[in-house]
Design a protein around this ligand. Sequence first.
Ligand code: PDD
Length: 287
Amino acid sequence: MTTVYLNGEFVALEEARVPVMDRGFLFGDGVYEVIPVYGRQPFRLRQHLARLQSSLDGIRLANPHSAVEWENLIGQIIERAEWRDQGVYLQITRGPGPRDHAFPKTVQPTVFILPMPLGSPSSEAIENGVSAMTATDNRWLRCDLKVTSLLPNVLLRQLSIDADCAETVLIRDGQLIEGSASSVFIVLDGILLAPPESNLMLPGITYDVVLELAASEGMRHEIRPIPETELRRAEEVWITSSTREVIAVTRLDGQVVGSGRPGPVFRQMYACYQTFKRTVMRGNTAP
Ligand code: PDD
């Protein structure tokens, strides 16, 4: 049985109910986070809660809980779940109200926390890489907010599912932005390149981990705009996210990327990431 948290109570998932007039249902008026948990230890929780705060500020919704309260609620969800490794999904909506675009006079936010099995990438995906396709980024101009109104991302992601690809890589005005549900890195002339954070992309927590590891390992890296032309001639392309960690893209739009195998920079980063995770889980370093 999966236990979820809904508005002050821990209940069985099957029992959890939200009113149909909830603005999350009517307008997608809410924000969310996905926090990876390894061995029942949340990974980068402080950073996820900080991003949650930015998303709430961005949609002008007061945070219903302090950081300590969130840590406590998330901790309880993790303990009650059946999996040691999990992805904790949490969502806050502007709650129920009349079907009117204007914010309700009194807001009673809906708070929902759901544990999910962590869909870590298969060993086949890590060993051989995955296929991806590109598409024009047709989302709004606040992609830095992690909002539940994900219809553009859903439609963009479905394009790659239909094409039997693992991700849709988004291009806006000739620049690489991110994936439909991931951040994207490339390796060009041996240098790891990351697009700069802006209102057009989500500030990925895994993106930050990867850049921190690149710095601590002395890997050559740069944060700068990446034209589509560079994406197309990259030696390596990676996607990163809390659930997929780091995966190499070995085919892009049907073309082989680099050697067609996960490259040496990817292998180095993948190994660092796994070591870092294990160190964090042993409590030897700040998560
Ligand atoms: N998605 N960009 C987008 C559009 C995303 O949806 C995600 C994550 C990322 C990577 O962010 P992070 O490293 O913090 O997970 C980048 C989550 C996993 C999701 O929507 O399920």
